[in-house]
Design a protein around this ligand. Structure first.
Ligand code: PHE
Length: 366
């Protein structure tokens, strides 16, 4: 009897389902990793068993780099034995990690990587967010139609697949709507934007569109305002971390950016529950990335339940068949390419806080 109990005890000890969370916890976009982690941790507190087994989330830092993203996912799969991976956050890293997920036939669900190439041609890589053709189009429509901008300078971070793609989709629609564009380049980590900004001013820009991430967006805003630029500053979802406001201060007041979610504009019953639970746990309202991280985790669990097994290949198939899943960020249907389609929101910075400005429904963007 004693041996039997021992055996049972050790079996139950081993009966954990491991899910990987591949995140930029340090490095250039570490604020993003931290926000996604908060969402996953909350989701895990709500639901930490699946098919009768305990779930363990194994966090892996990518240091915000492509090479580490690829190494990290390999480690999660080969050393940790995870059955699915949530990650990465930024598109370039998800493209790198996705190659490995595909080779090793383990599903990866990105909460937030919006570049088209992330899922293109892949069976094992999916996401719970919209993609940049939609986001870039929404931003262009907002700039041209709502703000009546005719001349825009696009600043592209040439080291980020996300920024390159988003710039292109923005420019395509903005030009179609009659706008004129000057495109200039920078690189992640740049601190000094005066050369680009003086060209933007000379061009007579009514909007400066920075398609990269929060550090550089904040610096561009400060330097542009310091030069006396009075026009609009527009960006994509890459602006969305509290660090944008911490770094940018007064200079980011009034910027507009396209995004996935705002806690004051709940779209599903679950959004509301999520916001309340998040505020209770952390004492602040959730960011977009926390909501997306929450959704990615819950969607992976839903797929495991539907698959009725923790075999990675079958989980991957189940992910692709998910329809009308109620998430915190909206209702999620994973299409045959692994993508979700959701409405775009436009946020602004008002009195040092992110505020809801407008909603652009996906169906209006054809
Ligand atoms: N969409 C960005 C990318 O693909 C990541 C991101 C999403 C950042 C949402 C902030 C908020 O790189």
């Amino acid at each position: 009897v004693f041996l039997g109990l021992l055996l049972l005890a050790s079996l139950s000890l081993f009966a954990v389902v491991k899910i990987g969370a591949l995140l930029p916890l340090t490095g250039g976009v570490s604020a993003f990793g931290d926000l996604v982690k908060k969402g996953i941790e909350l989701a895990w507190e709500e639901k930490n068993t699946v098919l009768g087994e305990k779930i363990e989330v194994v966090y892996m830092d990518t240091r915000s780099e492509k090479t580490e993203a690829a190494n990290g996912i390999a480690r999660l799969i080969d050393k940790e034995g995870v059955v699915a991976v949530i990650g990465e956050v930024i598109s370039g890293n998800s493209i790198a990690a996705g190659e490995i997920a595909e080779k090793k036939k383990v599903p990866m669900v990105s909460p937030s990587s919006t570049n088209s190439l992330v899922t293109q041609g892949k069976k094992f890589v999916s996401r719970v967010c919209f993609i940049d053709p939609l986001q870039g189009t929404a931003l262009a429509e907002f700039a041209a139609k709502t703000l009546k901008v005719k001349k825009a300078t696009v600043l592209t971070d040439v080291e980020q697949d996300y920024s390159v793609g988003l710039s292109n989709y923005f420019m395509e629609r903005f030009k179609k709507l009659g706008g004129q564009v000057l495109q200039l380049q920078y690189k992640s980590g740049d601190q000094e934007f005066s050369a680009q900004l003086s060209q933007a001013l000379a061009f007579g820009s009514e909007a400066i569109v920075v398609t990269g991430y929060y550090n550089e967006i904040a610096l561009v805003a400060q330097q542009a305002r310091a030069l006396g630029y009075k026009g609009y500053i527009l960006t994509g979802d890459g602006a969305d971390a509290p660090e944008l406001i911490k770094i940018g201060g007064q200079a980011v007041e009034g910027i507009y950016f396209s995004d996935h979610f705002h806690p004051d504009a709940p779209v599903t019953k679950r959004s509301k529950l999520f916001v309340d639970a998040f505020v209770k746990k952390y004492g602040v309202k959730p960011s977009t990335l926390s909501a997306l991280g929450y959704d990615a985790y819950m969607l992976v669990l839903e797929a495991i339940e539907r698959a009725k097994t923790t075999k990675p290949e079958l989980i991957a198939t189940a992910i692709r068949s998910i329809k009308n899943f109620e998430g915190a960020t909206g209702t999620i249907t994973i299409d045959s390419n692994g993508n979700a389609t959701k409405d775009v929101v436009i946020l602004t910075v008002k009195n040092g806080q992110f505020a809801f400005a407008a909603k652009i429904s996906a169906s209006a963007l054809k």
